[in-house]
Design a protein around this ligand. Structure first.
Ligand code: HEC
Length: 129
């Protein structure tokens, strides 16, 4: 079990680095693009917008959804028991500092520090119905 979790974390870390590099490339290629969609490049390696789960649960319909609520995704115990509703306010805090909001959750993402980038991202997430 421990080995499986470790392997999963390694894969997640590699994907995270790929996402970070991909984000840089995307920004360079399209500086006129939608800021929220552009910020989502930091999430897209792990999160789909179409309802399918990957390394992370799909973020389709995330605004208004209960935490730990994507059907079929194997959440950590921390996320299963977080008992949050993902609103603009809770998402803003979580994206800024995931470990502060849901201690022990296994999302390998350190946080997005720019408030403007977070609000553009959350506006984009709210379009994912
Ligand atoms: C390297 C992979 C990875 C990246 C990058 C990542 N996430 Fe996650 N995310 C996860 C995983 C894995 C979970 C499940 C955490 C758990 O079960 O503890 C998660 C959970 C979440 C949740 C809770 C979902 C629910 O159904 O309760 C939200 C919201 C979320 N991520 C948003 C984001 C956003 C927004 C970004 C980009 C800024 C992002 N994530 C970047 C892997 C990632």
């Amino acid at each position: 079990m421990y080995e499986i979790l470790r392997a999963r974390n390694t894969i997640a870390l590699v994907l995270f680095m790929a996402a970070a590099l991909g984000g840089v490339a995307l920004r360079a290629a399209d500086s006129s693009g939608n800021a929220g969609q552009e910020a989502f490049a930091q999430c897209a390696a792990c999160h789909s917008t179409d309802g399918s789960n990957g390394v992370g649960p799909s973020l389709k319909g995330i605004v208004g959804r209960a935490s730990g609520g994507a059907p079929g995704f194997a959440y950590s115990n921390a996320m299963k028991h977080a008992r949050l509703t993902w609103t603009a306010a809770t998402l803003d805090k979580y994206i800024a500092n995931p470990q502060a909001v849901v201690p022990g959750n296994v999302m390998p993402y350190a946080g997005m520090s720019d408030p403007g980038q977070r609000s553009a991202l959350i506006a984009y997430l709210s379009t994912l119905k």
